[in-house]
Design a protein around this ligand. Structure first.
Ligand code: UT7
Length: 324
């Protein structure tokens, strides 16, 4: 019989070694530490080294999660990887990671839901486990977003960083993931996107025109409103009151958006995991990086109720309500 729940057994993460502080940015962009901190909460970000890829960071994060779970890669029967910065167009980064871990043979695929990529991947893997199609899954969120940055564009270059996080999911008769909610609305594409792909978009601009375009203020407004509705929907889907939540683990794009969601839930910032100051916005990497930080620092403990949420390009938005 299929298990009733999927459960997070362990977490892992990986960050590039190089750190770029706001003070470093001040030296080559018309910006200031004060502006970046007060508008976003960001103090620093990690930047992938030349040749260091999303797959490299994913493999490290996944191996750390497997080690923490005490599970061999060969026991994994599903890998779902959320990213919008895959190493190459194909094979998927999930396949590259699978081979490097030694989990050959299991299903492996990428999910592109931009910043919501990890939570989307978690929602997909949860369903595989609940239906009995997989017993042990690796769910990864990873990006090397700084590869798509124009370092002359102060509106975007101060916001992003690189990194990866991973979880091992397993079937269980105990909770577990209570609910996941996944949504998208392609109608707002122009507010947050990268127009260059394989089938369309190459230009004669530097880097073929590959760069993130974002109407920050508009995205901000939609994000706050959408996340307000999302957290209500998720609590209702999981049959829980906000008062029963121990931790909010939000997408780390902007401290002001995080504070607005916490306020909506009547949660104090003491109950919110914040890593945006250290990592900046790592897109699909942000929620699993924050989760791993929360687990390894001893903040999140077994048996506690967590609400994970994310919002990003698409627009996409997604959440998971779970007992850790
Ligand atoms: O992860 C996916 C989802 N993404 C998000 O959730 C991001 C949502 N948006 C945001 O986080 C914020 O809108 C930003 C952090 C991107 C921008 O903050 P803001 O408070 O909305 O600022 P703004 O875009 O309205 O710009 C205010 C001013 C402008 O100058 P004027 O027109 O008031 O003279 C900008 O030119 O700040 C200026 N500015 C900067 N100044 C110094 C923009 N970027 C910078 C900068 N340094 N890096």
């Amino acid at each position: 019989m299929a298990p009733i729940y999927s459960r997070i057994v362990a977490t892992g993460s990986a960050l590039p070694e190089r750190v770029l502080t706001n003070a470093d940015l001040e030296k080559f962009v018309d910006t200031s530490d004060e502006w970046i901190r007060s508008r976003t909460g960001i103090r620093q970000r990690h930047i992938a080294a030349d040749g260091e890829t999303t797959g490299d960071l994913s493999t490290l994060a996944a191996q750390r999660a497997l080690d923490a779970a005490g599970i061999k890669a060969s026991e994994i029967d599903l890998i779902v990887l959320g990213t919008t910065t895959p190493d190459i167009i194909f094979p998927s980064t999930a396949c590259l990671v699978q081979h490097r871990l030694g989990a050959n043979g299991c299903a492996a695929f990428d999910v592109n839901a931009a910043c919501s990529g990890f939570v989307y991947a978690l929602g997909v893997a949860d369903k595989f486990i609940k239906t009995g199609s997989a017993k042990k899954a690796l769910v990864i969120g990873a990006e090397t977003l700084t590869r798509m940055i124009d370092w002359n564009e102060r509106e975007t270059c101060v916001l992003f960083g690189d990194g990866a996080g991973a979880v091992v999911l397993e079937g269980s008769s105990e909770p577990g993931i209570y609910a996941t909610c996944l949504h998208a609305d392609g109608g707002h594409k122009e507010l947050l996107y990268n127009p260059v792909g394989v089938s369309a978009g190459f230009t004669d601009e530097p880097n073929h025109g590959v760069r993130i375009r974002m109407a920050g203020r508009e995205v901000f407004k939609v994000a706050v409103k959408t996340l307000d509705a999302l957290v209500e929907e998720t609590l209702s889907a999981g049959g829980m009151d906000a008062a029963q939540l121990d931790w909010l683990i939000p997408h780390q794009a902007n401290l002001r958006i995080i504070e607005a969601t916490a306020k909506r839930l009547n949660m104090s910032m003491e109950q919110v995991i914040v890593t945006v100051d250290q990592h900046a916005n790592t897109s699909a990497g942000s929620v699993p990086l924050a989760l791993d930080h929360a687990v390894r620092s001893g903040k999140v403990k077994r048996g506690q109720n967590l609400l994970l949420e994310a919002f990003g390009g698409g627009f996409t938005w997604a959440s998971a309500l779970l007992r850790y």
